[in-house]
Design a binder for this molecule. Structure first.
Ligand code: PRX
Length: 684
């Protein structure tokens, strides 16, 4: 297929002008208020780890010159660059005739083309030797194992797609998936994609209320769930949470339930609830993929923003698939013979892009594990690596910090020599954790790719290329081809080396989110109004004299707890919904393992603060949002510090929660005695 040359305009040139806005949480050019990273400590970081010659020689991108040529081409000629990649890597039912059209944020990609994401992940491999290659190797927490070849996975996906059709799901409908990490989750995703339905996956650790809220926002027609899943030897009761959520989500008509744990108490409502295995019995495995437009919504994934209401990040089909596919190939240097393991739950974007869509589009073998890293003991991950001879391992700094705490004796018991590449994602990795990963797991042999990206970006944006980039512990290094970032101040002016500022993107990229489901205005407002002409990521960062990026953490009211995004307001609303609470202010504080912990300052309607009430409030938040939002600390306060215009001064609370001296300006504080009282409580 020839490369289409009609490009539409690329993107709005960066003007350098912007509205001024309040940067919360970041003292520009000095230490950040949240996250484990800190300019002062990383400024001293001067260790450099170039890839070995042997690694570089076999890498998919094998020289600095190649990387630079790709990066420059993508910046100057995005139409040619992305057009060629889309022709060479995606399988089209109908060729596209325009590569990109429209300014950011309204850029559309590969217009006129039609394709199907499940065919991209499955069908195209069936005509090759990969048909009987393992697509998914799965291990359950109790130790049960399943291996699905590409042919097996294709058969199951086609059958479940027929089940969905039979239950009345059609192209464009939204389907909620609230499932444990079992193969049926990947099957259900691909089955939705096969018929053009849009999936909305909700992490199994969210509560019934959170499920209801997301069902309602997406107007979901059907839910796929399981009786339960295994986590640290216990059953997570998913179907029960679904039952509770359905009382509040009227759009859901049908529920499909996978039998996973065998929970005998699972209640099945006639004409609403169906067992997966019953439905799969009498459908055929013939299901042609529905060819959808390039811009057809592949999925919605809810994530926390700086207000209480979660944002339904919507991704397209062609642009997202191309981004997931190319970044997997470039960053993880995937080879056909690799066994690749990304430990993320599919309920988060990392699982979407790097457990399912990216690896399968590349025809890789992806390992999926259901349970906890410390079950039955702290050696489980290393046992899996040894057992399946994992070559590429991708995990999160919070997990790495937990491994460090558990002790080197656990990895030492296992043969990790199959590993050739390590990855990190989700939050800044502190240089000590990076060095531990490098020495103890990588045995000083494996390059580490610290990948910066977001739910919104769809795929990795800033990351080392393992055969090219000399890495620095704590830096996600340089932008991938097609990614044009900058560090700017509040006025949108580009900043010099090592000046802390806001991380923005100046050019559109194919896998960027297209909108927030049902709220296009919020989409524009959140990402494109702060620095006009640019995508604003919400992170503070600096770029060093070598052009390496160092991300410091969020500059908005978003917490990053164990690599999971949570909004302070979400937790605050959960707290004030408790009858004893008058007001709540929630901030993050540095946490040894989780990166950030959750500290809640609570004022009560009546002054009756007891330990029992603290426990009750923690349980209340857990019930409202889910276990990931369980507060680490509740502090009762007579009042919380506010500005004269009534805004909670989170910066002060963050200092108090972290046990720091209060930094910076307090002149806008309404009432100094509030601060003094909080400090007194702290000391007492
Ligand atoms: O603050 C950044 C942090 O995680 C945020 C995105 O969270 P989420 O959408 O849940 O996606 C997580 C997985 C892609 C970012 O705004 N973050 C993610 N990766 C890194 C990171 N911070 C520093 N370094 C990273 N490698």
């Amino acid at each position: 297929m020839p490369v289409p040359v009609i490009g539409g305009s690329t993107c709005r040139p960066f003007t350098g002008h912007c509205k001024s806005f309040e940067i919360k949480g970041v003292v520009m050019g000095s230490a950040p208020a949240t996250g484990s990273q800190n300019i002062q400590s990383t400024l001293q970081e001067d260790r450099l780890f170039p890839p070995s010659e042997a690694f570089a020689a076999q890498a998919n991108i094998d020289s600095e010159d190649k990387y630079l040529a790709m990066w420059e081409r993508a910046k100057d000629d995005p139409v040619g660059f992305w057009g060629e990649l889309a022709c060479d890597n995606l399988t089209w039912s109908k060729d596209f005739d325009r590569v990109m059209e429209g300014d950011m944020p309204e850029t559309k990609w590969f217009l006129g083309g039609k394709l199907n994401a499940s065919a991209q992940c499955l069908d195209r491999h069936l005509t090759t030797w990969r048909k009987n290659k393992a697509a998914i190797i799965w291990e359950g927490e109790p130790g049960d194992v399943r291996v699905l070849t590409y042919l097996d996975l294709h058969r199951e996906v086609c059958k479940f797609a027929n089940v969905l059709k039979r239950l009345g799901v059609t192209k464009g409908d939204r389907v909620t998936l609230y499932m444990p990490m079992i193969p049926e989750l990947a099957i259900a995703m691909l089955a939705c994609a096969r018929i053009g339905a849009t999936h909305s996956i909700i992490f199994g650790g969210f509560s019934a209320d959170a499920v209801a809220e997301r069902n309602n926002d997406a107007q979901a027609k059907l839910i796929v769930t399981a009786d339960g899943g295994w986590r640290r030897g216990k059953e997570v009761m998913l179907k029960r949470a679904v039952d509770e959520s359905l009382a509040k989500s009227p759009t859901v008509e049908k529920v499909v339930v996978v039998r996973r744990t065998g929970d005998l108490h699972t209640k099945m409502e006639p004409d609403r609830d169906y067992w997966w295995h019953d439905l799969m019995e009498d459908v055929t495995a013939d299901c042609e993929p529905t060819a959808v437009d390039s811009e057809h919504p592949l999925f919605i994934l809810y994530t926390s923003g700086s207000t209480g209401k979660p944002k339904g990040v919507l991704h397209s089909t062609a642009g997202y698939m191309l981004g997931a596919m190319m970044t997997t190939k470039w960053v993880f240097d995937l080879k056909d013979e690799d066994t690749y393991w990304c430990t993320a739950d599919i309920g988060w974007v990392t699982g979407h892009s790097y457990v399912v869509y990216g690896p399968l589009a590349n025809g890789a073998t992806t390992l999926m594990y259901e349970g906890a890293p410390n079950w039955p003991d702290e050696g489980r991950f290393w046992d899996l690596i040894e057992k399946y001879r994992v070559n590429v391992f991708y995990t999160a700094p919070t997990a790495i910090r937990a491994f460090i705490k558990w002790g080197d004796e656990w990895p030492a018991k296992y043969d990790l020599s199959s590993l050739r590449l390590l990855g990190s994602v989700g939050e800044p990795i502190n240089p000590e954790a990076w060095m531990w990963y490098h020495n103890v797991i990588g045995k000083e042999r494996c390059p580490i790719v610290d990948t910066w990206w977001q739910t919104e970006t769809g795929g990795i944006m800033i990351s080392p290329l393992p055969g090219v980039t000399a890495t620095k512990p704590g830096s996600c290094t340089k932008p991938l081809p097609g990614v044009v970032p900058d560090i700017v101040n509040e006025q949108g002016e580009s900043l010099g080396p090592n000046e802390g500022g806001l991380l923005v993107m100046k050019q559109p990229w194919p896998s960027m989110l297209r909108t927030l489901y049902g709220d296009h205005e919020r989409f524009i407002e959140t990402y494109f109004s702060k620095i006009p002409g640019c995508y604003f990521a919400g992170d503070g960062a600096r770029r060093d004299e070598d052009g390496y990026y160092w991300v410091m953490g969020r500059v908005d009211d978003v917490l990053n707890v164990a690599g999971h995004r949570l909004s302070t307001m979400e937790v605050e609303s959960a707290l004030v919904s408790h009858k004893a609470v008058a007001e709540a202010a929630v901030v993050g504080f540095p946490h040894e393992v989780k990166g950030e912990g959750i500290c809640c300052f609570v004022t009560l309607k009546q002054n009756t603060g007891t330990q029992a009430l603290k426990d009750e409030l923690k349980a209340h938040v857990r019930k409202q949002i889910g276990p990931i939002a369980t507060p680490d600390e509740i502090r009762f306060a007579v009042a919380v510090p506010k500005t004269r215009s009534g805004k909670i001064m989170r910066r002060l609370l963050r200092d108090i929660a972290a046990g720091r001296e209060t930094l910076g300006d307090t002149t806008t504080l309404e009432d100094y005695s509030v601060l003094a009282n909080l400090r007194k409580e702290d000391e007492g």
